[in-house]
Write a protein that binds this ligand. Structure first.
Ligand SMILES: *[C@@H]1O[C@H](CO)[C@@H](O)[C@H](O)[C@H]1NC(C)=O
Ligand SMILES: *[C@@H]1O[C@H](CO)[C@@H](O)[C@H](O)[C@H]1NC(C)=O
Ligand SMILES: *[C@@H]1O[C@H](CO)[C@@H](O)[C@H](O)[C@H]1NC(C)=O
Length: 503
């Protein structure tokens, strides 16, 4: 670098930074392409965010009940999921909303502690089983197919007291729970999801501790968690594959969430930094399942940094050869949750990070632009072109496999029924998705919007509402009231197109 003058370096950076997505899509117009035949649309929820009835009918306590009751200040508006949208009592209203929109399928999760209150052992709750059976029957009566998540972050507290996702026994506990659900509900389920968003479970649950169970173990616990999540998923998938698929004919996979990471400039260093970040975020969970073992950059970085930081061995627990084979191939399709985008730049001249964490192990800087539009949740910037880019990256990285979007959507704070920004979000994100399908040959077969009704948004509580139906959380009857976006989503499903002009 010594031979360049400062001004020359600045000029070079300016020239290099001219090619990011903001410029590339500056004059983007929404596509009038149609969704292909067979493409299906659904909506998603998760048990703790909608059900309420946290201690009713024999349900056991789970980590989010415990976390929020013990640390109410962790939730922005001090609300809880104790009642939430009260779907435990009002599931028929939810199904009516879905029928009104005309969705093909409903993605929801089963609360582990509603089925097995202590998480493991012989005690099963008949009331819990009855609740889900009634929901399945209501969906069936309305011609709505089902995508069912076994685990959407609500670990029974009895298991967390034994170490939760840090205890290797969780692989057995999860398999027992999965077996119970496959046996009880197999006939009603079209698609199973073992585990939703391992990143949030491990890095917010056992890394920085922002989410339940609130364990703070950056760079160590979060990796143990990741290893066990992957083994638990693989065990549950293989059990399904061998014992249930032949009879039921349904499908099963893991849901991995990922933002898009865009290189800050076209420099080789920034391109590599963005790829490394994608491997740390998406590859960490997808590489073991789709290709086998941790991504190489994780193995390398964590081993090197651990040594330089003074650890005896790598903080990243290795898979044995048998475990690599056990986890590899445990999917029926690739399921993606996607919301936003970050820019990534290389960190120059860093030998190793002194702060120990999964985040610093990636060895790069990431940030969002101030110029990007913000949704109600602070980190949540609206960057539609990032969706098209991650879809193309998935195809380039994992091959030409079927992709299902299992979550995508945007928040509002006001509870407005005139949610034009959500219509704009769906329109722009799905437009980039259609372009990736038509121009990039990416095989997306279904799109799931988050969410059908307003619900309890974890530590944002009721400040961030993501529903197509407004739910007044102060009204004991929790009426569901259509927002404009529900009508727009409905029109996409019936016309198979994003624009009025192509309908
Ligand atoms: C976008 O449109 C403006 C105005 O027509 C034009 O000046 C600009 O070059 C266009 N940008 C790109 C990247 O095509
Ligand atoms: C997409 O994947 C599905 C499921 O594997 C397959 O049936 C279909 O032919 C694929 N479509 C394209 C265009 O490759
Ligand atoms: C929500 O419900 C409460 C209690 O019934 C009521 O006082 C309030 O006006 C409602 N808010 C809206 C926006 O409907």
């Amino acid at each position: 670098m010594g031979i360049f003058s400062t001004s020359l370096v600045l000029l070079a950076v300016a020239a290099l930074s001219a090619a990011d997505g903001d410029d590339e899509f500056a004059n983007y117009t929404i596509t009038d392409r149609k969704f292909p035949d067979g493409f299906t649309f659904g909506v998603a929820t998760a048990a703790y965010q909608i059900e309420g009835a946290w201690n009713i009918d024999g349900k056991g306590e789970q980590v989010w009940d415990t976390f929020i009751h013990e640390r109410p200040e962790r939730v922005d508006d001090l609300s809880t999921g104790d009642v939430a949208s009260d779907s435990y009592h009002r599931y028929e209203d939810d199904v009516r909303c879905m029928k009104e929109v005309g969705v093909d399928y409903y993605r929801f999760s089963i609360a582990w502690s509603r089925i097995i209150p202590d998480g493991s052992g012989d005690k099963v709750s008949n009331e819990g089983i009855e609740y889900y059976t009634k929901l399945f029957k209501e969906l069936k009566a309305n011609g709505i197919k089902t995508m069912v998540t076994l685990y959407h972050w609500d670990l029974p507290t009895a298991l967390e007291k034994q170490g939760g996702w840090l205890n290797p026994k969780i692989v057995e506990w999860f398999q027992q729970y999965a077996l119970t659900c496959y046996t009880l509900f197999g006939e009603y389920v079209d698609v199973w999801v073992t585990i939703n968003e391992p990143k949030q479970i491990c890095h917010t649950g056992y890394g920085n501790g922002a989410y339940a169970p609130g364990v703070v173990s950056p760079g160590v616990g979060e990796y143990m968690c990741a290893r066990h999540v992957l083994l638990a998923h693989a065990g549950a998938w293989r059990m399904f594959d061998e014992q249930f698929r032949p009879r039921l004919g349904s499908r099963n996979t893991i849901v991995i969430d990922s933002d898009w990471y865009e290189p800050a400039t076209e420099s080789e260093a920034d391109r590599r930094a963005a790829e490394d970040k994608l491997q740390f975020v998406h590859g960490m969970y997808a590489h073991p399942v789709f290709k086998g073992d941790w991504p190489q950059v994780m193995t390398d970085n964590v081993a090197t940094f651990s040594r330089l930081q003074g650890f005896k061995g790598s903080r990243l627990p290795a898979f044995t050869r048998q475990e690599v084979d056990f986890v590899r191939g445990t999917y029926d399709f690739l399921a993606l949750n996607h919301y936003t985008t970050y820019m990534v730049s290389a960190i120059e001249g860093q030998e190793y990070p002194t702060e120990v964490s999964w985040d610093t192990d990636s060895g790069v800087n990431s940030y969002q632009k101030d110029t990007w539009q913000t949704a109600a949740i602070g980190w949540f910037k609206i960057v539609p072109w990032g969706f098209g880019k991650i879809l193309r990256w998935l195809k380039a990285t994992y091959g030409d496999i079927e992709i299902v979007i299992t979550e995508n959507g945007v928040s509002d704070r006001t509870g407005t029924l005139r949610d034009q920004h959500r219509i704009d979000y769906f329109k722009a994100y799905m437009s980039h998705m259609l372009d990736a399908m038509y121009d990039g040959g990416v095989n997306v077969t279904a799109y799931t919007a988050w969410s059908i009704i307003d619900n309890f948004e974890w530590t944002q509580g009721f400040n961030a509402k993501l529903g197509m139906y407004y739910v007044n959380m102060s009204d004991p009857l929790r009426p569901r009231i259509a927002k404009d976006s529900s009508k727009y989503f409905s029109s996409i499903i019936s016309t198979r197109c994003l624009l009025d002009s192509c309908q």
